[in-house]
Design a binder for this molecule. Structure first.
Ligand code: ACO
Length: 426
């Protein structure tokens, strides 16, 4: 039976249909609200707004469930590859062996970047933040790879080009930041192994590919691949809704991800834990600061706009961290501090009352450190992982003939009409 919500305003009753999602979640369709009532809605941070109808990713915020195209994240992290997961998100189904092979071949074919792009890197100051460089380089890709003849060819090429070249550009940015020679991609290596080789191989020391590290990186990227309408994905959709090309839309997404409350949190967690360690490791002091309303400090890696329980990705990430450290016969004092911090926070009334649990950034930095990724590259690693999701979300909009230009309204609270005063009379 169809459901409706009644709104009574100035003694008139209006009815708005309720849309029901495939997992039973419900939303009021207010697309006719302004036209029928003259009213808009106010929803800071869009916390109560479904900005689109999507078939890509499902989240149950109370049960801590995350699925890509219906498949639980736990199964994908354990059994799938990042390339296969990217195919799944972008094309809406798991590939056959042939489809996966030709997708991988396309990725391999696209892995080189135009030699002239190296000049950009050379002219950036060495200390430039890698996310800023990456965002600029992705915009620049459009100039090097102009639009193709048919829209289908354009989309397929651009999708694989971005997935492949962003990985190459990220590794190049690292090499340039260190003043080292760039390592070219190799066609004989898998997506993740290729990235690790471009990052860590050098003319004086060959990089030995370790399959366990490759597996950890693979799972790390699978876990990052999509998370429905978060800040950066909404940015990609918003920019794309103006029919901006995929490069421009992804570049905007990278800029949005480059923020401490969103993608920058993985780096912020490590900086917070390192600071804590340097100051003698007083976990209780950090917890007290996080609770103090007069202190702007927040416990990084804790809390989530959507999850009101343990982030399912954080559990897997912690397990990967434990495994990789065990495999490397290494310890990380920051992991011990993280575990202590988590235990104290999860037993503290403030964190319990506010439903604050570790999010996946809480442990992701530990995994990246173990792999050897420098802290200032953490958010870039997130961006590479999130690419399939951004692309899938952009494509879902693009494939919808009714994709509307994003253009929210506002409630104006500025001065009413005021007469202009010439400068001499002010
Ligand atoms: N530490 C201490 N208190 C917190 C934290 C935290 N990490 N997160 C939220 N709170 C408190 C707020 O102070 C507020 O308290 P109050 O109601 O008593 O005033 C309450 O919880 C709600 O906070 P909001 O900011 O309104 O919640 P919101 O849903 O907007 O925030 C966010 C979500 C931004 C992730 C927040 O939890 C945060 O800042 N966390 C730290 C940064 C972080 O880890 N970000 C990564 C998120 S995952 C991602 O984007 C990849």
């Amino acid at each position: 039976m169809d459901e409706y919500v009644k709104l009574i305003y100035k003694e008139k009753t209006y009815e708005f249909p309720v849309i029901i999602g495939s997992e039973g979640e419900k939303a009021i369709d207010i697309s006719q609200l302004l036209k029928e009532t003259g009213l808009t809605t106010v929803d800071p941070g869009f916390a109560n707004t479904s900005s689109c109808i999507s078939a890509i990713t499902y989240i149950d915020d109370e049960k801590g469930i995350l699925r890509y195209r219906g498949i639980p994240i736990e199964q994908l992290a354990e059994q799938s590859s990042f390339v296969e997961t990217a195919y799944l998100l972008i094309n809406g189904k798991l590939p056959t062996q042939n489809e996966l092979t030709s997708f991988s071949v396309m990725l391999n074919d696209q892995s080189l970047v135009h030699e002239d792009m190296q000049f950009f890197f050379q002219k950036f100051p060495r200390s430039s933040p890698p996310m800023g460089i990456l965002s600029s380089m992705v915009t620049a890709l459009r100039s090097f790879y102009p639009e193709l003849q048919t829209i289908e060819e354009e989309i397929n090429r651009t999708v694989t080009r971005l997935l492949s070249k962003v990985r190459t550009l990220a590794a190049m940015s690292y090499k340039f930041s260190r003043g080292h020679k760039v390592v070219y991609p190799r066609q004989d290596l898998s997506y993740c192994a290729n990235f690790l080789n471009m990052m860590f191989h050098s003319p004086v020391r060959s990089y030995k590919i370790d399959e366990d590290i490759v597996k950890s990186l693979n799972a790390f990227w699978v876990l990052h691949a999509d998370h429905e309408q978060n800040c950066s994905t909404s940015t990609v959709r918003m920019v794309g809704s103006g029919r901006a090309n995929l490069y421009a839309s992804i570049s905007a997404g990278i800029a949005a991800l480059w923020s401490p409350l969103h993608g920058g949190a993985n780096q912020a967690v490590i900086e917070m834990l390192s600071g804590l360690r340097e100051q003698g490791g007083k976990v209780s002091q950090l917890i007290e600061r996080a609770k103090d309303k007069n202190d702007p400090f927040r416990l990084m890696g804790f809390g989530h706009r959507v999850y009101k329980t343990y982030d399912p990705r954080a559990k897997i990430m912690k397990k990967i961290g434990d495994q990789i450290l065990k495999k490397l016969s290494a310890t990380d004092p920051l992991l011990d501090l993280a575990v202590e911090l988590e235990t104290v926070a999860l037993n503290d009334d403030y964190f319990i009352d506010h439903n604050l649990y570790p999010n996946f950034d809480f442990y992701s930095g530990i995994v990246l450190r173990a792999i050897g990724i420098p802290t200032n590259m953490f958010t870039v690693m997130f961006a590479i992982g999130r690419l399939p999701g951004w692309i899938a979300q952009w494509k879902e909009g693009f494939d919808n003939p009714k994709w509307k230009l994003s253009r929210p309204r506002q409630v104006y609270i500025g001065p009413s009409e005021t007469r202009y005063i010439p400068i001499a009379d002010r």
